[in-house]
Design a protein around this ligand. Sequence first.
Ligand code: ADP
Ligand code: MG
Length: 698
Amino acid sequence: MVAREINALTQPITELKGVGNKIAERLHKLGIKQIQDLLFHLPLRYQDRTQLLPMGSLISGKEGLVEGAIRLSQVTFGRRRTLLCYLDDDTGSIVLRFFHFSKVQQQQLSEGVRVRCFGEIRKGPSSLEMVHPEYSIIPTDTIVPVDAELTPIYPTTEGLHQLSFRKLIKQALIFLTDGVSLPELIPPTARLHDVADSSLAEALGFVHQPPPDVNVQLLMDRRHPKQRRLAYEELLAQHISLRKVRSKMQSHKAPILRTDGQQRNALLTALPFSLTTAQQRVINDILKDIKLGLPMQRLIQGDVGSGKTIVAALAVLESVTAGYQAAMMAPTELLAEQHFQTFKNWLSPLGIKVGWCVGKQTVVEKRRVMAELVQGEIDVLVGTHALFQDNVIFSRLGIVVIDEQHRFGVHQRLALRDKGRNANIFPHQLVMTATPIPRTLAMTAYADLDVSVIDELPPGRTAITTAVIPDTRRQNIIERVHIACQQSRQVYWVCTLVEESEKLQCKAAEDAATELQLSLPDCRVALIHGRMKSAEKDQIMMRFKSGEIDLLVATTVIEVGVDVPNASLMIIENAERLGLAQLHQLRGRVGRGKLESQCVLMYRSPLSENAQSRLSCLRDTNDGFLIAQRDLELRGPGELLGTRQTGLAEFRVANLMEDQDLINLMSAAADNLLTSSPDNSDALVERWFGHKIDFGQV
Ligand code: ADP
Ligand code: MG
């Protein structure tokens, strides 16, 4: 009985009416192969055509349905030929704007005709508008009823229209109402009671065809209990799939990295500082991992300046002492070079040979490094993504450290790990990020990694004071820079231009440098930007570090990693153009020494509401985690994680912001499911993520 019911839903979609090979192919692209897959293809959002909005109440930015009579219809010939229809109802008016239109359409939309339109309402040059709305002509003296239900909008692909989708889903839903039951894969003890009181079938039917009396706002916000019922399942499926990646990893072997600790103590004794408790804790986590013979997969989160580099150095040292090589990868050449220098300072006194590999090296130099690497003469190789090149061959790679992880992404991470793979033995992997990711997000996006947090800054750091100042006060700010230089403090002046070309950004920095040098003749001003030769950049950074430069005018190239403790004032131009995370990261370049530091966020008015929130958030706190949380609220998780890089932040129904409470339950729920019904766990993952699992290769 049960088996037959399940079979009905596992039939290929070609069993449905209207699905030939062509449509099936398109559906396959969306990961839809069986009838059941259609049921789990959930609406992205809804359109509300259940009521006519009075034109007097329209709000720009929202979608809506309106109806009125055309008062005036005209074609204008500005930059583009445009058809404008001025539409009125009893309460107000709106303009319909068409850039593409046929003669027939133009005749149809003539004065006096009643039209009903659906579209996004926007602010036009003189009044509210709809650009290319969907519309239908309403014959005089007829009343056409509005829709009874919300219209679901599905994620789709070329050649598959919303309408055909709705028809297919309708057919698939019939299976459910015909008494075919979807197997509940989550055991009752692992269900969440407030959201689990409806069956899976009910919940699916509801989100595909919300009833007329639904609370529209809840549904639109993906907060309806029926949606949460599904979100819970989806989050659990995702959590379990990442756990599977992890356990698959743990079925591989890794070198056992364990030493008597003498070298480690030697390094610690030689350091001019002692480790913070947080650093010690994290190093202990790592040491515990890498002696087990299973590949470590650990993420270190630590705010800018929390001292991640020494943690990396200690892990690397352990590997080398145990007889293996280590690789350290940084996102920019500047940073790679800085790590190379730091590692050399720390490790070469211990008899360890540090090499480096970046794009700018000469062929001869590279060849020499590669030869030494493959022969095992180089113990530690520091580099940029140049480390991925085919000719980079390690002889015995024990550990890979990746700094500033979010710039690399999951795939590169896996590629680098594969480089060091030797038969079934994988190197350990340590990933470090200064972009603090809120805990709930880390739990979903990085469930394949163990996470350690350096939640303490080294002592003696003074908090950075941040001021938000309009660019009309540029002269005052320049005077402030002047005073700082006279006090032998060093200053960064950051020029930002996002969205526009790097060329423009560099030009802006060049102009600023010229202007500042003119205004401040007694300051030593230098310029650094992305279009300069690496050697030139390095040289300038070195001079800044050694105090030969007072004021460094820079583009955002200095965003990551650069460490000049004497720099204690930073001016960021056009700060309103940058995101919170980036601003926080930039600001982290100051406040690294004993001097009290300041950061000035200079902006150009008027500020959007969002920009205003960002700037005041930075003014109010230096806490990277708070800032990340705020960033998540303002931008959403996809952007925060870089969706393209993780491929994991896209959910069908779960909402990482709204469902944080559910996320917190996942770990326990997964334990429960994996022990009580392990077979169901695969089916659950298949149900929700079957279409995009390339976890298999992991
Ligand atoms: P980040 O976590 O941003 O990579 P770094 O590793 O660059 O931070 O460390 C920032 C600065 O703090 C460096 O100059 C480093 O030598 C110093 N530092 C690291 N740990 C400590 C500590 N425990 N006490 C004092 N200074 C430290
Ligand atoms: Mg760093």
